[in-house]
Design a binder for this molecule. Sequence first.
Ligand code: GLN
Length: 250
Amino acid sequence: MTTPDALDVVLVYPELLGLYGDRGNAMALAHRARARGHRVRVLRVGAGEPVPAEADIYLLGGGEDASMLVAGELLAEQHAFVRALRSGACCLAVCAGFQLLSQGYTGPDGRTHAGLGVLDVECGRLPGSRAVGEVVARPYDDRWGLITGYENHQGDARLGPDAVPLGEVFGGVGNGHAGNEGARQLGVLGTYLHGPVLARNPDLADHLLEGALGSPLGDWVDPAVERLRRERLRAADRRGLLRRLLEPCQ
Ligand code: GLN
């Protein structure tokens, strides 16, 4: 599918997996790639349509419990797509999308459903009420700035040894285990964060673009994104979410 000078970004089933503006992740990727002189095509693959095997970046967003179950059944038939992810294709999977790429996830009925088995992650249910609100996480990759986003989920995520978390949660819930948020394995970034997360975290967007291009991108600071990040971090600070982050080390 790739032409030498265009990146193909595929939105997978956005009518089922597109909560909280997650399809804006495609816009953020296209914006940042075009600013560096790359051509981008954003392709929308509707529910049940074949997911192409050779996209440069796949995007799966969040979904309500019912639409997530439908998406899971349809994606289980998309063998070429799953093979592409297992072979290292670049992908961002948000919330329901993250859970669908796991080994298995628990539905609202308490039943465990098979995931697509791409990530070494098991998703159960958070023991208490839904995790809802702003999240701030310190990334484990020290080239990235603070990770921020918005979460609204009942599922959790327990990582096995082949997946590494994206960051340590300082405010909010994230995976609900080991104080971590998200997972990274092969070319996949999984996260509980909406926002859209790539608009709020340009380092994550550039990480995906660089994976797809196979070469580093030049630095590029978008003043609008910097304003958004400052505003969101101030909002997190007002809610006391940065307090632990700013505490001096004991
Ligand atoms: N329905 C799933 C959950 O509650 C995913 C929610 C979402 O994608 N925001 O965990």
